[in-house]
Design a binder for this molecule. Structure first.
Ligand code: FAD
Length: 65
């Protein structure tokens, strides 16, 4: 069960409370990224969470540059 309520006012959550993002782990709000089980996706496993972490980190680096 996602616990994303604290972010509900700033980023888009789906009807089940998962963070909506694109394949690059970008949320609707510039500069806010999401990774792992708390985001909306089909497969929630260690491999997909770790992959999200890499994707989100690189997206954050690109944003900062
Ligand atoms: C019973 C069970 C069995 C599973 N078996 C497998 C398996 O065999 N193979 C597999 O690949 N996947 C398995 N999974 C799924 C896998 O565990 C998850 O997909 C993966 O752990 C997600 O990683 P995450 O970093 O997104 O989230 P999590 O591992 O849940 O990490 C989130 C962390 O954030 C912390 N946190 C939460 N709120 C806050 C806060 N406000 N402030 C600070 N910290 C906070 C939590 O304490 C937690 O440590 C299983 C899951 C469960 C529940």
């Amino acid at each position: 069960v996602p616990q994303n309520e604290d972010f509900a006012d700033i980023i888009t959550l789906d009807e089940r409370g998962y963070v909506v993002s694109d394949e690059n782990c970008l949320t609707n709000l510039e500069g806010i990224f999401v990774a792992g089980d708390c985001r909306q996706k089909k497969i929630r496993q260690v491999a997909t969470a770790a992959a999200d972490g890499a994707v989100a980190a690189l997206a954050a680096c690109e944003y900062l540059r």
